[in-house]
Design a protein around this ligand. Structure first.
Ligand code: ATP
Length: 291
C-alpha cells in the first residue's frame, strides 16, 4: 500500500530572537505560516524490518541523516514496530533555504505513519516526538499559522492571514544558521512588532501585515551574503507590498494580493535566478495532509 502526503514549506512573517538560553538554544518569538510550496512524501509499507529512503534531489542525504528517516525511526522505536517503510521524497522545497524543508518532511512522515501504522497518536504527541528531530518540526506537524516561542516549539495558533500571493526567491548563497546566530548583536537590535502583527492578522489587515514583516536575522545574513540583500532590494523596487527574509535565509519573499504584481515580481527575478516560486498562502491547520 502506498500513500502520498503533502509537506508544505513555512515562512516567517516575523522572527525575533530574545536572548541566549543556558541550554545553548536561543529564545525566539516568531510568527510562522504555511505556503503552498510542498514536497510530496510517498510512503509504502514493507513487511521487512527496515527503513528505505530515496530523494530525487542531490544535497539531501538519502540515509539516517535525513529528517524523514529519523521520524520513521523514532516511531518504529517508540512503538516497537517490527515491519518497515519505504520513503520517497519528491523534493520541491529549496534545500537549506529557511523554509523548514527537512522539518516538514519529518512532520509529514510522522502524520503519515501515524495513519498507516494505526498508532492513534494526537498531533500534540506527534509534535513532541518531532521536537527530538528539530525545533521547527512541531509547527510543521500542525501546519497553519502560529506564534512560536521557546526554541520554536511553544505554539499559539492564530487566525489565517488574508489570502495573497507569496513570491519566494532563493539565491544560491549558502548561509549557515549557526554562523548567523553567532553574529547576532543581541543587545543592539530593533525588534519586530509581534503584538501588532498578531492584531493585523486577526483583523485581516493586509497592509498592516506587510508593514510589520520583520526578521532580526537580516542584518547578519546580509553581511555574510550581500546578494540576499540585493534580491530584497529588487523585490521592493518591483513594487512588492511587503518583503522580508524567511528564517536565517537565504530565501526572501514578497506578499501581494495583485495577480499582475505577482507576475511582474516573478518575471523580474526569473531572468537571472533559478529558484523563484509564486504560491498561495495556505495558513490553515490540517489533520493528516494525505493527498
Ligand atoms: P529551517 O528553516 O528549519 O532552519 P532550512 O529550510 O533552512 O531549515 P533544510 O532544507 O531543512 O533547511 O536543510 C537543512 C539541512 O538538513 C541540509 O543540510 C540537509 O542536508 C539536511 N536534511 C536532512 N533531511 C532533509 C530533508 N528531508 N530535506 C531537506 N534537507 C534535509
Amino acid at each position: 500500500m502506498e500513500k502520498v502526503f503533502k509537506a508544505p514549506a513555512k515562512i516567517n512573517l516575523t522572527l525575533d530572537v530574545l536572548g541566549k538560553r543556558d541550554d545553548g538554544y536561543h529564545e525566539v518569538e516568531m510568527i510562522m505560516t504555511t505556503v503552498d510550496l510542498a514536497d510530496r512524501i510517498h510512503l509504502r509499507l514493507l513487511t521487512s524490518n527496515e527503513i528505505r529512503i530515496e530523494v530525487n534531489k542531490g544535497h539531501v542525504p538519502a540515509n539516517k541523516h535525513n529528517h524523514a528517516y529519523q521520524a520513521a525511526y523514532l516511531l518504529k522505536k517508540a512503538f516497537n514496530i517490527q515491519t518497515g517503510v519505504s520513503i520517497f521524497i519528491d523534493k520541491k522545497i529549496p534545500v537549506s533555504a529557511g523554509l523548514a524543508g527537512g522539518s516538514t518532511d519529518a512532520a509529514a512522515v510522522l502524520r503519515g505513519l501515524n495513519d498507516m501504522w494505526n498508532l492513534g497518536l494526537t498531533l500534540e504527541e506527534l509534535a513532541n516526538i518531532g521536537l527530538k528531530i528539530g525545533s521547527d518540526v512541531p509547527f510543521c506537524v500542525y501546519g497553519g499559522t502560529a506564534v512560536a516561542r521557546g526554541r520554536g516549539e511553544k505554539l499559539s495558533f492564530i487566525s489565517t492571514p488574508p489570502p495573497c500571493w507569496v513570491v519566494l526567491a532563493k539565491t544560491p548563497a549558502g548561509v549557515s544558521t549557526k554562523d548567523i546566530y553567532g553574529s547576532l548583536q543581541l543587545n543592539n537590535m530593533s525588534h519586530p512588532d509581534t503584538v501588532g502583527m498578531i492584531q493585523a492578522i486577526e483583523q485581516q489587515d493586509f497592509n498592516g501585515i506587510c508593514r510589520r514583516l520583520e526578521n532580526v536575522m537580516e542584518p547578519a545574513t546580509f553581511k555574510l551574503a550581500p546578494e540576499v540583500k540585493t534580491i530584497k532590494e529588487r523585490l521592493i523596487q518591483f513594487g512588492a507590498d511587503g518583503t522580508v527574509m524567511s528564517g536565517s535565509g537565504p530565501t526572501v519573499f514578497s506578499l501581494t494580493r495583485s495577480d499582475a504584481k505577482a507576475e511582474r515580481l516573478y518575471n523580474g527575478l526569473k531572468g537571472f535566478m533559478e529558484e523563484v516560486f509564486v504560491v498561495r498562502l495556505l495558513g490553515d491547520r490540517y489533520d493528516t495532509g494525505e493527498m
